[in-house]
Design a protein around this ligand. Structure first.
Ligand SMILES: [Zn+2]
Ligand SMILES: [Zn+2]
Length: 361
């Protein structure tokens, strides 16, 4: 059996490059050669152990674009019915659903109670920090429309699907809404993009990194607020800009626990506070529950995009790539052996988006 490279998380903070077998695709599945593996903020939390115990050793990476190398028995189309053949580029929804649990079947909701997003590194694997991925039967993948830049698709990785999932679950942004986004990483930037497309009146982004804030402006933010200012000053700037009633929608895309009490405080009367980034940040924070009553607040959260959100994100990237500088959001590239450096640069906010490019040494 021939071998290929993969980045394996052996234990928290222990990353190694392994030679792993290239498996045949199972019936109903596909073998893809990875073109780009997206480095996600969640990967930082997974690698450090902050996101909880994982079934080590695992191949990292849950965002990928790859070229079909071989199709499993019976596969003629992608999961939206589009014909697919060897050599086509595909993008996949990395969370395997069981299709036989209460969430999957009765509620038609995610997370599936048996969600599987990692597989043991010795087994056929769809981790994307690798030369190859085996997409098992049932893992939805979609053909990348012709002429779509790989970077434009991977730039918003799982972030845009997460945002689409969040609005699907917690209510859409309406024309004329005033919106505040906490955090200008890929999730926050995706929220800016969707808010702009939805006709938001104001889109105000909070972050500490000047490079990210300028990208937020390029994607449609109407104002930015720096974390270098005090929380009180940030609130004043937001309310001055929006109205004394405060913002209609606040989106947590910071992935930092301290964002939560500030988000509750900022959200305006009758507003919605949508939690998207705290998946990997385990812990507690104090808030004044009374504010939920006095301001008539809704606080809602969502995670685990459904296959349809990946499909929608892919179509958006294909459609918007020429009017929005999506591909330019990929600012850093690393080889498989450079995964630790990629995670470090992502953790420090030095990148807008980093990717693993297996062709690089
Ligand atoms: Zn992710
Ligand atoms: Zn299920």
């Amino acid at each position: 059996m021939s071998m290929a490279k993969a980045c394996v998380l052996v234990a928290p903070n222990r990353i190694e490059t392994w030679d792993v077998p290239i498996f045949d695709p199972p019936a109903g599945g596909a073998l893809v050669r990875i073109v780009a593996g997206g480095v996600c903020g969640s990967d930082v939390h997974i690698a450090s152990g902050d996101a909880g115990v994982m079934p080590f050793p695992i191949i990292l990476g849950h965002e990928g674009v790859g070229r079909v190398e071989r199709l499993g028995l019976g596969v003629e189309t992608d999961y939206a019915g589009v014909p697919v053949k060897v050599g086509d580029l595909v993008y996949w929804a990395p969370i395997a659903l069981c299709h036989r649990c209460h969430s999957c079947t009765v509620l038609e909701e995610t997370p599936c109670e048996n969600s599987q997003f990692f597989e043991h590194a010795d087994k056929p694997n769809w981790g994307s920090y690798a030369d190859f991925a085996v997409l098992p039967n049932g893992l939805a993948f979609f053909r990348v429309p012709d002429g779509t830049s790989t970077d434009a698709v991977i730039a918003l990785g799982c972030a845009l699907p997460t945002v689409l999932r969040g609005f699907d679950r917690c209510g859409q942004i309406r024309m004329g809404d005033s919106v505040v986004v906490q955090g200008a990483g890929p999730v926050g930037l995706s929220a800016v993009l969707v808010a702009k497309l939805s006709g938001a009146r104001e889109i105000i982004v909070i972050d500490s990194h000047e490079n990210r804030l300028s990208v937020a402006r390029a994607l449609g933010a109407t104002a930015v607020v720096s974390l270098a200012d005090s929380a009180e000053e940030r609130r004043r700037q937001i309310y001055d800009r929006v109205s004394p009633h405060g913002p209609d929608v606040v989106i947590e895309a910071a992935g930092v626990l301290q964002a939560f009490p500030e988000g509750v405080d900022i959200t305006g009367n009758h507003g919605r506070y949508i939690i998207l980034g705290l998946w990997g940040a385990i812990g507690t924070q104090p808030i004044q529950p009374r504010e939920l009553s006095t301001k008539n607040l809704t606080i809602a959260g969502a995670s685990f995009p459904k296959p349809k959100h990946y499909h929608e994100a892919l179509q958006m990237a294909a459609r918007l790539q020429h009017e929005v500088p999506l591909a330019a959001l990929v600012t850093h590239r690393f080889g498989i052996a450079g995964a630790a450096a990629a995670l470090d640069a992502t953790a420090k906010g030095q990148v807008i988006k980093a990717i693993i490019d297996p062709e690089m040494a």
